[in-house]
Design a protein around this ligand. Structure first.
Ligand SMILES: [Zn+2]
Length: 49
């Protein structure tokens, strides 16, 4: 059985844009409340996680 144990911080580092596809990485902005905001400079998509 293969477990995928990836640190959340690692996952967050390279988040591709769901609109532009795998080739476009979103910029991560750490919020004061601990949440992360991801912004795509290409299509201006913003998501919070
Ligand atoms: Zn995008």
């Amino acid at each position: 059985m293969k477990h995928k144990e990836i640190q959340q911080s690692k996952l967050l580092k390279n988040k591709p844009c769901s609109r532009c596809g795998e080739g476009t990485m979103m910029a991560q902005h750490k919020q004061a409340d601990g949440k992360s905001r991801f912004y795509c400079g290409k299509c201006h998509l913003t998501v919070w996680e």
